[in-house]
Design a protein around this ligand. Sequence first.
Ligand code: GLC
Length: 443
Amino acid sequence: MRKIYATFLILAVYSQCGYTQSKINPDYIRAKMQWFADAKLGIFIHWGIYSLGNYSESWSFHNKGVSYADYMKQLEGFTAARYEPQAWAKLIHESGARYAVMTTKHHDGVALWDTKQKHYSVVKNTPAKRDLLTPFYKALEKYGIKKGAYFSLLDWSYPDYPAFTKDSIRYTIADDPERWKRFLKFDSAQMAEINQLVKPDLWWFDGDWEHSAEEWNAVGIRQELLNANPSVVINGRLTGFGDYDTPEQNFPVSRPDFHWWELCMTTNDNWGYRKTDSAWKTPYEVITIFADAISNGGNLLLDIGPRADGTIPEEQVHILKELGKWDNKYAKAIFNTIGGLPQGHFYGATTLSKDSASLYLFVPARTQGNIMVKGLKNQIKQVIELGTGQELLHKVVGKISWSPVPGLVYIYVPAGVQDEYMTVLEVKLDGPLQLYRGQGGLK
Ligand code: GLC
């Protein structure tokens, strides 16, 4: 797992970048990250020539599952003929997501915009023949959705990039440092083009693992992006010189210790569209995973893989719409909240309002009956089911008058208030949350 030591690292980076005091200020970083922390849900889009659906994105030729020539033949079939960027943005909006991250260029090097560099693009090399990024990001703006640009630092197709397939390299940096410098120049020219074209709010790097931070000039890249947009958010796959961490497909069990994090996850088993992949996650699974992420103070970046013609598989549309129905219904407990109770207090996901005077309990699987919360020192003013507004009964069990240990709170979830997926309760407290974390007894 790629780990970043958020605040410490960021401060180190900012000082290396020669940033002024005001910008080194942790308040500045926190302010810059606020929209991201509040957003909770993003939609990831993997779209490229691999979206014909026969081979996995880039890796298939790198790992020699298909020859490079056959992989690149897909250029001829990438039509984007039924691409409706407005409809994509509308669907993303409906899902409740506050940001979207699109693959501007994957490891195969094919740009989805009209790159001025001498390299592949869907404009020059495919029947799509047009810039696919601009209309999409424009549509996102219309819905107030933040714009994220996925960009693969490594480029297995570029003649000046050292690695090609898993067992063949073109050269090593030690042998030809000038050639590597040419690659870096090319890569940053492409980043500058994207900055100009779509002004991303977030850069989502990938493919950093083949080189060190020094080789990539990670500090320099970060500085260039901040020069273009001082409040831009950068993911951690810039050899750690980003703002947040990105556990991929792997669900944290204990709460991650980095400050900002985002779980990126596929809706089936692939990032890009695959004809043969029917391992769809159900809306219930996606919703419970999402609740778990926000409970632990993170975001979910949920991936979709449109087909080469621009249509989105029905199963993904279904997942996004169901997710949207649910997170719009329970928006108050999801967006603009903070991570919930530490483990041990409630057997399920929780979040808190920013003033921590409201505790939200996520109750899965159409639970009916008594649920329990431990270690709550506060008095409860009221418990309601958020979807229906119905007030629920609760009682405190086993409070010993002379002991500082709080009693157990039992909340009765009656029949009829259950959400199809996950019911959410608001526990209104008498003030900011106060927890008992002891071991019982007299302590
Ligand atoms: C990995 C893969 C890549 C995918 C990405 C998404 O790093 O290299 O194919 O796009 O994860 O998180």
